[in-house]
Ligand binder design. Structure first.
Ligand SMILES: [Zn+2]
Length: 493
């Protein structure tokens, strides 16, 4: 295991002493908007280093917050493939242009669009009649406006559901629970997520007429957590909804007390398919001085679910990556272009990430990074080139130690929006955020601006500025440390 206990301050800073060009300074000042204080700490034309700029961002950045405040205030929920997502794109493109990004474009693609409809109701009919709170899962079928009444069968896990005999759920509603707990690395999402991702299709394959799940979340509010579920081509979609955690607890108490009595439920969900609609990825660039070098790709996603203003998921991520790119520009024009990708249609099936990779697969990128895990502090640095380019991995880890970020030998695999990095088998970095409260908010109406902790948000910006700054000044291959273009583009792991 690599150690980060003894820290040599990086020589990076002195290597990057440059004069801030006027274009970068004015872009930065425009970006700061209401935050003139920070801009004043670096006078135009004054020498600046990446290190001082990142430290300044830690104290003074207002760009990331400006993005997430703006998109949640002026757009709000922005479900993929809908008019709301289109408004978010218009908003984001204007924001990027106003702050000095070049080559700002929307890259359209087509997608199959599902919308939640207007009626989301659930009622326990027996043995203890009462209403509960439910939201549909993405790709849920409709019950029709009249709803479905059926007996509910409880499963403690996806494994228990999978073990049920074929046909044993004919005419019934499957209820699937789990025991997700908050975790700093978000690993319980992998543990509980299958309940939502696969539970409804497994229940359908065994004859169920509908599925309700315990929300994949960790809060004690009464907000159900939506999110996508998927039905393989051979399985007809059935209605699928998530109960709030409080209601799931209540339903489980009912099962405990029901004895021989059936638990019966009426579920009414009216989602619709809109068919093929348009979405798009939004891209922008800080153009580097050497166009022959593959760019550094920083990604986030612009869409949210219909019920979520999307401050944590993922307005914050888009604010973090764009702020970092603008801060790097203050240190001088980077060697490599920094491209930001504000992906469309992530939540509903990574349509944007796939479309971006398909459109650009033949244009090598140097390295891909994504911010999509809220706005709380970054605590761990991971790359997939620790073995192939240990010098760069070490320099990055050393530069991040001052921000309380630990080094790691875990191999980075990248987030949902950087399919292209995986498809090109190129370099990937993961900057892991503290996810302890992420799943309190994820895909709920509580994912609002007030949840953003500005101090932690600025730590994200300082870390991303440091990483993007080092990567964009790297002349050698990020993945191998070798010379470009002789380094083979597909030497991945
Ligand atoms: Zn997200």
């Amino acid at each position: 295991m690599k150690t980060h206990a003894r820290l040599a301050l990086p020589a990076l800073a002195s290597a990057l002493i440059v004069t801030t060009p006027a274009w970068a300074q004015s872009a930065f000042e425009a970006a700061q908007g209401r935050g003139r204080e920070a801009a004043a700490t670096t006078a135009p034309g004054a020498p600046s280093t990446l290190e001082t700029i990142a430290s300044d961002a830690l104290e003074n950045d207002t760009i990331a917050y400006d993005f997430v405040e703006g998109v949640t205030t002026e757009v709000g929920p922005r479900q993929a493939g809908t008019e709301a997502e289109a408004r978010a794109r218009v908003w984001a493109m204007a924001w990027l242009k106003a702050r000095g990004f070049e080559n700002v474009e929307a890259e359209p693609f087509e997608m199959e669009t599902w919308v939640p409809g207007d009626t989301h109701k659930v009622e326990v009919l027996a043995p203890f009649p009462q209403p509960m709170v439910v939201q549909p899962l993405g790709n849920s079928a409709s019950t029709g406006p009249e709803g479905i009444e059926a007996e509910v069968v409880e499963f403690e896990s996806v494994a228990a559901l999978s073990a049920a005999e074929d046909g044993s759920l004919d005419g019934k509603i499957a209820y699937i629970t789990h025991q997700m707990r908050p975790s700093m690395d978000g690993s319980h999402y992998g543990f509980a997520g299958p309940v939502r991702w696969f539970g409804p299709s497994i229940a359908a394959s065994k004859g169920a007429v509908a599925t309700v799940i315990r929300s994949v979340g960790t809060d004690r509010s009464r907000n159900p957590h939506t999110g996508g579920t998927s039905f393989p081509a051979r399985t007809s979609p059935i209605p699928a909804g998530a109960l709030s955690l409080a209601d799931a607890d209540n339903l489980e108490r009912m099962f405990d007390r029901a004895g021989t009595r059936a638990v019966r439920m009426k579920l009414t969900l009216t989602p619709r398919l809109l068919g093929t609609t348009k979405s798009a990825n939004v891209v922008g660039e800080i153009v580097g001085s050497n166009p022959d070098l593959p760019p550094v790709l920083l990604a986030c996603h612009l869409d949210s679910w219909w019920n979520a203003p999307g401050a944590f998921d993922d307005g914050a991520g888009c604010g973090i990556i764009t702020a970092a790119a603008l801060h790097v520009a203050r240190a001088g024009q980077p060697l490599r272009t920094i491209r930001v990708l504000l992906a469309g249609a992530e939540e509903v099936g990574l349509w944007g990430s796939k479309a971006y990779s398909a459109a650009h697969i033949d244009e090598p990128i140097a390295v891909g990074l994504e911010s999509d895990f809220g706005a709380d502090r970054i605590w761990r640095f991971e790359s997939n080139f620790g073995e192939t380019n240990p010098d760069l991995h070490r320099r990055l880890a050393q530069a991040l130690a001052r921000y309380g970020v630990a080094n790691s030998t875990i191999t980075a695999s990248g987030g949902a929006d950087i399919n292209i990095a995986r498809d090109q088998k190129t370099a990937i970095i993961d900057l892991q955020q503290d996810g302890t409260r992420y799943f309190d908010l994820h895909h709920t109406p509580d994912d609002t601006l007030d949840k953003i902790d500005k101090v932690q948000l600025r730590q994200n910006v300082a870390v991303w500025t440091t990483v993007a700054g080092i990567l964009s000044q790297e002349a050698a291959s990020i993945q191998t440390g070798g010379l470009i273009p002789s380094a083979p583009p597909t030497m991945g792991q």
